[in-house]
Ligand binder design. Structure first.
Ligand code: HEC
Ligand code: HEC
Ligand code: HEC
Ligand code: HEC
Ligand code: HEC
Ligand code: HEC
Ligand code: HEC
Length: 477
């Protein structure tokens, strides 16, 4: 029996269906979409056997929960929007997700049911020249970290008026009637797969003003793709201008929800998320400039805009060059084997380690006494000691130089030479809230990177600050 709410929605749906159908067809947008395509589009076995051509709406919508009087498998009675199955199971509050938890998974997962098998890959593979990895959307969502679909559903419902109780959290970011195969046509941004939740009726990235190139110009540096260091994301082509103009403006996309003010709850993390401010007054990986103390002008006043020992293709940040990164330079959109949706491959290399722990809350005095795996992320774009050839370091992921390097022309926050135990000048109060090194053991502990480096982080430098540096506050992300 239909619940009154579903019955009401079904009636409304039939009305809209009849009135919208011509627009969807005539506008050509549905027919141009991946789902509506007569060659790669939707094509479930059961409707197909009944003569529905590939791309027909009936592969997703069953007008009366039946075809020829019988409900084809998967049977679930009538569902909202006359879909062949319930759109989203809001009782599934976290991953791993079963196929039946989300309507899309009947096709977007490897399957044996009545759906259709669609192969899709993660961003690191589709656009980052990475190895194969997971091969469908459900599998990418069932990894160590992922966008929590229940939270996306709850947030979108409260935030966007078109999003209903019966809507699907995937559709907060996609419009199933418009989405195209971007991975198959990465050089052409009109083949966008995404829609901003605040502009659900259009594709995002398809407009001339909606690419990273258009919005940030030379400030956006597309990452290297394969390890030849000649090709760029997202096309693996060598033309850097084309690469910029082929990358959708993911900053505009992600910050449609992750604004500098939105309170977003995460069931997976058990807390509200940090706010993301990518604007001029916000983060350095965003539009804010780096804040080098060197070089100084003739009056000894530091000039903003230098610093950062970055890896190619980034040029050493100069007074004229200031970069703005795409969210998808570091993150996956769906899920990842690393925490926080961090990509498994960035800037032409796989991360040296799978990052499942961001930090450890307590110093135990053992060397190495803390987890600094997050450094393997930074290494993809910044120079650790080995890359820089500092202190004859032979190990990966050691970061003495960027913090303590003593050259006068270099911008280090805790300068004054390499630390020698027990030189407290170079520490940040041993066991205090911000501790660079724990001294409780018999040597230098490993710094807690995420005490000082995270979205929105600002550090006040007390002990160890350079004698000639008047300003002791630095943005550290
Ligand atoms: C429709 C709104 C929406 C959009 C658009 C969106 N997010 Fe989120 N995001 C959320 C919500 C809700 C959460 C909290 C649930 C969670 O933790 O997964 C979240 C959580 C996250 C987290 C923390 C995940 C975790 O639990 O470990 C990251 C990282 C993230 N988003 C990155 C992104 C990136 C990158 C983009 C752009 C590709 C993006 N988000 C776009 C709603 C959104
Ligand atoms: C890939 C599956 C799929 C195909 C194919 C598909 N739809 Fe939908 N449609 C959906 C989903 C899912 C929703 C629910 C939207 C949500 O979650 O908010 C929906 C919702 C709708 C709605 C309600 C209003 C809206 O846009 O949200 C109408 C009307 C509609 N579809 C008509 C059509 C027509 C007409 C066609 C063919 C021209 C079609 N659909 C093809 C999946 C599909
Ligand atoms: C927070 C936003 C967000 C959510 C939620 C989301 N996606 Fe995506 N999705 C993206 C982005 C961003 C991309 C990469 C865009 C591109 O391909 O240009 C993407 C890509 C895709 C692709 C194409 C992948 C490829 O490379 O071939 C498919 C298919 C897809 N998503 C399906 C889904 C399904 C199914 C769900 C729900 C289980 C979902 N998405 C949830 C943002 C999202
Ligand atoms: C009946 C099977 C079916 C269902 C259900 C379905 N899809 Fe698809 N989807 C496909 C097929 C087939 C393609 C085209 C694959 C290709 O590019 O070869 C596709 C393509 C896409 C694309 C474009 C990227 C690409 O790989 O072409 C997105 C985005 C997408 N689907 C999202 C969704 C979302 C979100 C839902 C649920 C609301 C959904 N799909 C439900 C079969 C389905
Ligand atoms: C330079 C790499 C990098 C870029 C670029 C980046 N992130 Fe992150 N992001 C991280 C790291 C590392 C973390 C884990 C530390 C933290 O929580 O801040 C993270 C965590 C997050 C979280 C979870 C925050 C929390 O509450 O712990 C969200 C949400 C997020 N990122 C969204 C975004 C969005 C949106 C963008 C683009 C505007 C973006 N990120 C760009 C590296 C990056
Ligand atoms: C006590 C705080 C603190 C801790 C702990 C810390 N850092 Fe830093 N880090 C800083 C400050 C301050 C800067 C300078 C920011 C600036 O240039 O304005 C910095 C700069 C950096 C830079 C950018 C360097 C450049 O080229 O300008 C990287 C990369 C970095 N740190 C990585 C790490 C890693 C990896 C860890 C953990 C092993 C770590 N940091 C631990 C405070 C800290
Ligand atoms: C995808 C590449 C990329 C990754 C990954 C990355 N960064 Fe950066 N980072 C940059 C670029 C490029 C800049 C210069 C930004 C600018 O010009 O505003 C920068 C700037 C910085 C700065 C400011 C330096 C200054 O002199 O003001 C700090 C601090 C920093 N990064 C820390 C980190 C830490 C810590 C990590 C790892 C958790 C990290 N970054 C990961 C590319 C990256």
């Amino acid at each position: 029996m239909l619940s009154p709410a579903i019955f009401f929605r079904t009636m409304i749906f039939i009305l809209i269906f009849v009135s919208v159908w011509p627009t969807l067809i005539c506008a050509g947008s549905y027919a141009d979409s991946a789902h509506g395509s007569g060659t790669i589009g939707v094509n479930r076995g059961v409707p197909s056997d009944k003569g529905y051509v590939q791309g027909n709406c009936g592969h997703c919508h069953e007008q009366h929960a039946s075809i020829d009087g019988v409900e084809p498998s998967p049977g679930n009675g009538a569902a909202a929007y006359s879909l062949f199955y319930q759109n989203f199971n809001s009782a599934a509050m976290s991953s791993p997700y079963a196929e039946t938890d989300n309507f899309c998974f009947f096709c977007h997962s490897t399957l044996t049911s009545s759906g259709q098998s669609v192969a899709n890959f993660d961003y690191s593979h589709s656009f980052g020249c990475g190895t194969l990895g997971e091969m469908d959307i459900r599998a990418t969502m069932n990894q160590f970290s992922s966008h929590n679909l229940y939270d996306v559903y709850t947030f979108a419902k409260a935030e966007f008026s078109w999003f209903s109780d019966s809507s699907n959290p995937c559709n907060a970011c996609h419009n199933p009637h418009l989405a195209k195969d971007n991975a198959g046509n990465p050089q052409d941004p009109t083949f966008s797969a995404i829609s901003k939740p605040s502009d659900h009726a259009n594709l995002w990235g398809a407009g001339a003003t909606e690419t990273m190139g258009n919005r940030f110009g030379l400030d956006y540096e597309p990452l290297f793709c394969d390890n030849s260091h000649t090709t760029r994301e997202p096309t693996a082509g060598s033309d850097v201008i084309q690469a910029r103009n082929s990358t959708p403006d993911y900053v505009g996309f992600c910050t449609d929800c992750h604004t500098a003010t939105a309170n977003i709850y995460s069931t997976s993390l058990g807390r509200y998320l940090k706010k993301i401010d990518w604007g001029m007054g916000g983060e350095k990986h965003g539009e804010a400039r780096t804040d080098s103390r060197y070089p100084r002008n003739s009056s000894g006043v530091p000039i903003i805009g230098g610093g950062a020992a970055v890896q190619a293709p980034y040029a050493p940040v100069s007074l004229t060059q200031d970069y703005t990164l795409s969210c998808l330079d570091c993150h996956e959109p769906h899920g990842s084997p690393n925490g926080m949706l961090l990509r498994r491959r960035i800037n032409s290399g796989d991360l040296g380690k799978t990052i499942t722990a961001l930090d450890e809350s307590a110093d135990d005095g053992v060397i190495p006494n803390d987890n600094k795996d997050i450094g393997y992320l930074c290494m993809r774009c910044h120079q650790d000691d080995k890359t820089r050839g500092a202190y004859s370091e032979t190990e990966d992921n050691v970061w003495r130089y960027v913090h303590h390097g003593s050259e006068i022309d270099w911008d280090t926050p805790y300068c004054g030479g390499p630390a020698t135990f027990p030189d407290t000048k170079l520490t940040c109060d041993g066991d205090g809230a911000l501790r660079c090194h724990g001294w409780s053991g018999n040597g230098m502990g490993t710094p807690h990177c995420t005490d000082c480096h995270y979205h929105g982080s600002v550090v006040t430098i007390t002990n160890g600050k350079c004698a000639n540096d008047p300003d002791s506050t630095r943005k550290t992300f």
